[in-house]
Ligand binder design. Sequence first.
Ligand code: ADP
Length: 397
Amino acid sequence: MKVLVINAGSSSLKYQLIDMETEEVLAKGLAERIGIDGSQVTYQPEGKDKIVIKEELKDHGDALNIIIKELLDEEVGVIDDITEIDAVGHRTVHGGEEFKDSVKIDGDVIEKLEEYSELAPLHNPANLMGIRAMQELLPEVPEVAVFDTAFHSTMPDYAFIYSIPYEFYTDYSVRKYGFHGTSHKYVAIEAAKMLGKPLDELKIITCHLGNGSSVCAIKNGKSIDTSMGFTPLAGLVMGTRSGDIDPSILFYINSKGYSMDQINKILNNESGALGISGVSSDFRDIEAAANEGNQRAILTLRKFCYSIYTTIGSYAAAMDGVDCIVFTGGIGENSALDRGQICKNLSFMGVELDHDANWFEKGNRFINVPDGKVKVAVIATNEELMIARDTIEHIND
Ligand code: ADP
């Protein structure tokens, strides 16, 4: 069985074709600058060189046409016939309160997704473009929507409600939804495998640290809290996003002459690590600058780690304990420095890292000291595989 996983953004589209018997990627790539000058598709068949196809891409349909042509190509293709694609899985950002799990796509689902576009105006319309383009190209193939929000649908009301008038929840759906759910779910499942214990008997805190970052408290296999909120702007210090700030700051800055549109852009694109450091949104650049003594870069790393270990501490309280902390995402998987700083401040609850395992070992592994009270794992996330697994599970819904 082969699943095509699609992650459609407004002007880009990432894809992977996965053989579900082996869970191996057969081919993957990215369409970029869709609808913009200079568009191109990259196509990489497993074990072969990457191919770049420079062609005008008017829309997501054009991009998918090229991708399918390459998948079928006599020389570089990985399938002989289009019927070998058994299902398509779509990363879909916002499922609102309706979708508590992945779902097979039909007309009703599309209608609901259109409704939720209001809640995720940057993401859901783009995801829908990918879904519609795929339906036109392969109308017979079942498609499944896998939501970033679904895994967090198990949060209790006292975790997701905001302390503003209740009517904003009932009338306008204002509540915490949480994101990165596919990644948190994937690494939690992998952590349970590594621990050799059933997921539904564990208390796990997963830290997805990348350009966007979030922490999730997973009790007995269910998300009970997470740091992103109504939108992915909330919570931790991120690459360019502010994370949590006092909402009154918005009104104060507004009174200084910044429009709400400008403030929106500042909080999403010019804040976070970029805003504090003035160096970059990329943590490799910030670590390099900190190593050279740049004080704002040092402050950025302190603030970033502070936002994470204080969140971990509060989630340990939310679960009344923790068995395992997981680091994933570009920073979580690669930055021994940040993992070390974060864990140093969690020694009070029995977190202790093995220096060599943290700094020098590679791949998925535990980095806590032998017999450490709390296990600490580094696990590479694989959202595409999680989407493909969910797709298979839901094609017969
Ligand atoms: P996205 O959220 O876009 O999927 P990633 O999970 O790929 O992003 O994470 C990107 C971040 O990971 C960047 O800030 C990058 O600097 C950081 N990163 C990657 N490798 C390292 C490393 N070796 N040390 C520190 N940060 C790293």
